[in-house]
Design a protein around this ligand. Structure first.
Ligand code: FA5
Length: 330
């Protein structure tokens, strides 16, 4: 009997060693130590032994069972440690390796310039109003004192939209003056910016470019206010307090008098940057403002032109080609 206990014990220990999972260990445990297991058979067989033998064999069987239970728990622990060790081996991370830095982009030159302009005008009390790139003739031309047959329509070569009568890609941001004045009473002080479109293309003309429009209407608004506003804006934009502004008489149907605006360039000489003037009485009347009570100025500048002047860029098309060698310089 004692020999049998010894053999069973050795067999069980060998099987435990071979078990590779907790479930397998449990199976071995049941096979030897379970209710119908091999050790129970020995316990049952004790009844046929003498009292003396019962005591020795029984005692030995209990001690061995206790040891084997310990071996079961030990094997389970071993397997758990092995498992964790394996995970640590396979899934480790080297925290000292430097990471991959994601490339950080930045605002396009035009977008950041537009933000600067918005800030500069906000400080002078101009509210920002948005507009639409697809416009109606009514806003882009008619209300701006440019009726159907007016030759001034040819001054801005227009992209008309196929199958949408009277709709076009706005040729200037001046359309936003009308949208605003039709909905708001004077006095008013706004700017508006965005993309405009014309059939134009060379180094200084792009079929899509950007304008900033300004409008100030109230009592006693004069050309002096216009000059002061533009001078302050350009000095801020070019970060140069010596910038001068000059007006040359010109023609735009929606202003009277109409002006071309030039400024001294940070690189010397005079440069043309936009159009301006005193809002035409017909325009004020069109939107229901009393031209005998109110006066106002308006201006429209080429944003791309201003950026070209500021950074000495010769070709406007560079702005829109998205060549990183260009974009990353700003
Ligand atoms: C206008 O568009 C008028 N709406 C400006 C205005 C507003 C006058 C309010 C009076 C009162 P003009 O067509 O000149 O005007 O354009 C204004 C500026 O836009 C130009 O001086 C120039 O800087 C810029 N510009 C015009 N065409 C292009 C183009 N194809 N590409 C880039 N910039 C352009």
């Amino acid at each position: 009997m004692l020999k049998k206990i010894e053999t069973l014990s050795a067999e069980m220990l060998a099987e435990l060693k071979k078990a590779t999972s907790e479930a397998e260990v449990k199976e071995v445990e049941i096979k030897y130590l379970g209710r119908k297991g091999a050790f129970n058979d020995i316990m049952k067989a004790l009844s046929s032994l003498s009292d003396e033998e019962k005591r020795t064999v029984g005692k030995e069987a209990n001690i061995t069972k206790g040891k084997l239970e310990g071996a079961v728990n030990k094997r389970i622990e071993e397997l758990e440690t092995e498992k964790l060790g394996k995970i640590a081996d396979e899934e480790w991370m080297d925290m000292t390796v430097s990471g991959i830095k994601p490339e950080r982009g930045h605002r396009h030159l035009i977008s950041s310039f537009i933000e600067d302009l918005e800030r500069i005008f906000a400080k002078m009390g101009f509210a920002y109003v948005d507009g639409k790139e697809i416009e109606e003739e009514h806003y882009n031309f008619n209300q701006l004192n440019i009726p159907d047959d007016h030759p001034a329509r040819d001054m801005q070569d227009t992209f008309w939209l196929k199958d949408l009568p009277g709709k076009l890609l706005r040729t200037h941001t001046s359309a936003n003056q009308i949208h605003h004045m039709e909905k708001n009473d004077p006095p008013t002080r706004i700017i508006s910016m965005g993309k405009v479109y014309r059939k134009d293309s060379d180094a200084t003309h792009s079929p899509m470019f950007h304008q900033v429009e300004g409008l100030m209407v109230g009592e006693h608004i004069s050309m002096a206010n216009l000059k002061a506003t533009l001078t302050h804006m350009l000095r801020q934009v070019f970060e140069d307090d010596s910038i001068k502004v000059r007006f040359r008489v010109s023609y735009f149907p929606f202003v009277e008098p109409g002006l071309e605006v030039d400024c001294t360039s940070p690189r010397g000489g005079w440069l043309e940057i936009g159009g301006a003037g005193m809002v035409h009485p017909n325009v004020l009347e069109n939107v229901g403002y009393d031209p005998n009570k109110y006066t106002g100025f308006a201006f429209g500048m080429g944003i791309d032109r201003m950026i070209m002047i500021k950074h000495g860029i010769k070709d406007l098309r560079l702005f829109f080609e998205n060549d990183l060698r260009f974009i990353e310089q700003f």
